[in-house]
Design a protein around this ligand. Structure first.
Ligand code: CP
Ligand code: NVA
Length: 306
């Protein structure tokens, strides 16, 4: 049993650096086959938005932990017809051991957490994507052997992924630069929280200058320019974010050994070029694989298995 037993993960800063370290170390052991579990636990998945990686990696992770998965498709569940969250949460609490939710409003997963005792995991909201960031941190550490003092530049929309990267990176001693267009900066409360967590000012840089932001960077990261729920803004955002595209000439400004990450799904030719995505500095496929290892470790910790 660790301090993580029976906790929720609603945002990445719900974990302190030691707890993130516990999850990352276990994820590494699980990936290397040095640890395994045999737990008879049931995970529920309640996803109001599309998902490939998160849904499948959570499912396979729970099967490999020895447990079961129930896909609670909202369109076939009463909550999708308007049953209040507080009622659904209390009922699911009776049947499930752990519940991962992908939805729009952060307040909704907060409400699930308030009305149930089982661990609630944020599998993406408009505000945060903490599970993604655990896998990203694992991938960065695999490349550099450390997270401390690693400089990562996120380019593009200051969205849920950017918010969680900012908090998770700063918690682990990284320097996080966000290069984005004016008006698309990360959530202001998240920026203030990251600044408060930072031990030195250069750990949090928000800028509109893409080229300057990638100088000496060891990790370049991007995500879609319009997230789920913002699809109607896709065309108007293309010229706004074009200067923030990860392409070979931008990558050439970064450190020679820099790696490139993208949470996926990606739009080639928009936020990242085909050349970079398939190039030798891309660690995007390792990053996707690590979703499973990191979430398996997370669930093992929240379920009190480790
Ligand atoms: N990166 C990520 O969360 O992918 P999915 O939307 O496919 O789950
Ligand atoms: N920012 C993206 C991430 C998808 C995994 C979205 O919310 O759609």
């Amino acid at each position: 049993m660790s301090s993580l037993t029976n906790r929720d993960l609603l945002g990445i800063a719900d974990l302190n650096p030691e707890e993130i370290r516990t999850v990352l170390d276990l994820a590494k052991d699980l990936k290397n086959g040095e640890k395994q579990f045999n737990a008879n636990k049931t995970l529920g998945l309640l996803f109001y938005k599309a998902s490939t990686r998160t849904r499948v990696s959570f499912s396979v992770a729970m099967y490999q932990l020895g447990g079961n998965v129930i896909d609670l498709n909202p369109s076939r569940t009463q909550v999708g017809r308007g049953e209040p969250i507080q009622d659904t949460a209390r009922v699911l609490d009776c049947y499930l051991d752990i519940l991962a939710i992908r939805t729009f409003a952060q307040e909704d997963i907060q409400k699930f957490a308030d009305y149930s005792d089982i661990p609630i995991i944020n599998a993406l909201t408009d505000l945060e994507h903490p599970c993604q960031i655990l896998a990203d941190l694992q991938t960065i550490e695999e490349s550099f052997g450390t997270l401390e003092d690693i400089t990562m530049t996120y380019l593009g929309d200051g969205n849920n992924v950017a918010n969680s990267l900012l908090l998770g990176g700063v918690l682990m001693g990284m320097n996080i630069r966000i290069a984005t267009a004016q008006g698309y900066e990360p959530n202001i409360d998240v920026v203030k929280q990251a600044q408060a967590l930072a031990k030195k000012p250069e750990q949090v840089i928000i800028t509109n200058d893409a080229k300057q932001a990638v100088e000496n960077a060891q990790v370049l990261y991007t995500d879609v320019w319009a997230s789920m729920g913002q699809e109607e803004e896709t065309a108007q955002r293309v010229p706004i974010f074009q200067p923030y595209q990860i392409n070979q000439s931008l990558l050439d400004i970064a450190e020679d050994e820099a790696i490139v990450l993208h949470c996926l799904p990606a739009y080639r030719g928009k936020e990242i070029t085909e050349e970079v995505m398939e190039g030798k500095q891309s660690r995007i496929w390792d990053e996707a694989e690590n979703r499973m290892h990191a979430q398996k470790a997370l669930m093992a910790c929240l379920l009190g298995l480790c």
